[in-house]
Design a protein around this ligand. Structure first.
Ligand code: GDP
Ligand code: MN
Length: 397
């Protein structure tokens, strides 16, 4: 689950990580009030207005602007809220902005003695360890730095059973070229950032930029945070931060009926039981010259109700030109699944307007094929993997 910058910063702050302070506003008037309150708190009269959407590159898209007085706060916030923000990380239609973060300007005007770094904490799946990635080249595209000057990106591997050791935090501060106050600040920053990552069950904390102010404070100016979905049951306070407006509407609906669905960009809808088989099925579709429109694991009980729910979700994607149902009948017998498909199809009447290929394998597979073939419905049946692939090719042609 992804979070907004302001939510990520809230979490960081609760773990003692210094952040650029700010308040959320939903309209221009709230932004002005927020700016006034911040000025009382921080003493700075300049503010930065930042669009809150789940996408990076907001600065480049015009979603991060400096306001030098309250009139500008009102004008900029008014312009940004409600706009469709297009950034290098959004689609061409962009993302609607519902709220902005009004933050203190921490790049003190006229003072160029500040420095931007990059830092992220994430899981390195190949070593099974957590890792801190960091670079002196912050603020800009880290992908570009990784491509052109990979030697400027450092990593620190952390054994999850031991945790971050003090010498590792000092090494990071040293490699970033810091000394004195800013060195101590960075050690504190890294230590509390790592603690925030572990104790919030996050998959990712990416801070770009980490800022060294001209008075040697180290703080998070941006925050991209992803919390592990599987941990949300025990992190209720973060689960509540979910903003459904930022997520694919089809995925949100699928989650409500308990289907494991991921929206993809292709044209062949998939209905499969088991995540491994679902991935193999997506490969199969590609080999047949199609592109999967989704990943969908219907789980263990592929009965009529479940199949119907899955049909409805898949068909919400208007790009779908065919649906491939690939079910392995182990505990659920294939003939029951086949009957489920037939019942669901009959229940849904005309709303199924694309060809359907059903491949059932496992207990009673032959009987299942008979049920499908004798149903009189426009459903193609297959038993072998290859047969199913050929049928997909056929209906797409
Ligand atoms: P992103 O573009 O979505 O990654 O959004 P960021 O939060 O990283 O902001 C983009 C850029 O705005 C940063 O790299 C900073 O250079 C700049 N920025 C952010 N906060 C301030 C600020 O308080 N003052 C000034 N002058 N620039 C800021
Ligand atoms: Mn950023």
């Amino acid at each position: 689950m992804n979070l907004h910058e302001y939510q990520g910063k809230e979490i960081l702050s609760s773990f003692g990580v210094r952040i650029q302070r700010g308040l959320v506003a939903h309209n221009a008037q709230e932004a002005v009030d927020a700016a006034k309150r911040l000025t009382n708190q921080t003493g700075t009269s300049w503010h930065v207005i930042k669009a809150q959407v789940h996408a990076g590159g907001r600065g480049k898209g015009g979603g991060v602007k400096i306001a030098k007085n309250l009139n500008e706060v009102e004008e900029i916030a008014g312009n940004i809220i409600g706009m469709r923000l297009v950034t290098p990380q959004t689609s061409a239609e962009g993302k609607r902005v519902h709220q902005v973060l009004v933050a203190e300007d921490v790049y003190y005007p006229g003072d160029s003695d500040h420095q931007e770094y990059y830092m992220s904490v994430l899981l390195n799946r190949s070593t099974g360890r957590n890792m801190i990635m960091y670079s002196t080249e912050g603020g800009m595209d880290i992908e570009e730095v990784a491509e052109k000057t990979p030697q400027l990106i450092f990593t620190e591997q952390i054994d999850p059973t031991i945790g971050l050791l003090p010498f590792q935090a000092r090494k990071i501060a040293f490699n970033l070229g810091l000394a004195g106050t800013s060195f101590k600040e960075m050690v504190r920053f890294v230590t509390s950032l790592y603690k925030a990552y572990v104790e919030s069950d996050a998959n990712l904390f990416e801070i770009n930029p980490v800022l060294k102010t001209s008075d040697d404070l180290i703080m998070a100016v941006d925050a991209k945070v992803t919390i592990d979905d599987n941990a949300l049951y025990r992190r209720k306070q973060y689960a509540e931060m979910r903003d459904l407006r930022e997520e694919s509407p089809i995925e949100v609906e699928a989650r409500l009926v308990g289907l494991n669905y991921v929206d993809l960009s292709g044209n062949v809808g998939c209905m499969v039981n088991g995540a491994g088989l679902a991935m193999a099925t997506m490969d199969l579709i590609k080999m047949a010259g199609g592109e999967p429109a989704n990943f969908l694991d219907v789980g263990g009980t592929a009965d009529a109700k479940r199949v119907e729910e899955a049909f409805r979700i898949i068909l919400k994607d208007s790009a779908v030109k065919a649906i491939l149902i690939n079910i392995f009948g182990g505990i659920v017998r294939c003939d029951r699944v086949a009957q489920g498909v037939v019942d669901a199809y009959n229940n849904m009447g005309d709303s199924i307007n694309v060809p359907i290929i059903v491949r059932l394998q496992g207990t009673n597979a032959e009987l299942a094929k008979e049920i499908i073939d004798n149903s009189g419905l426009a459903v193609h049946s297959a038993v072998q993997f290859q047969e199913a692939a050929d049928k997909v090719k056929e209906v797409l042609a």
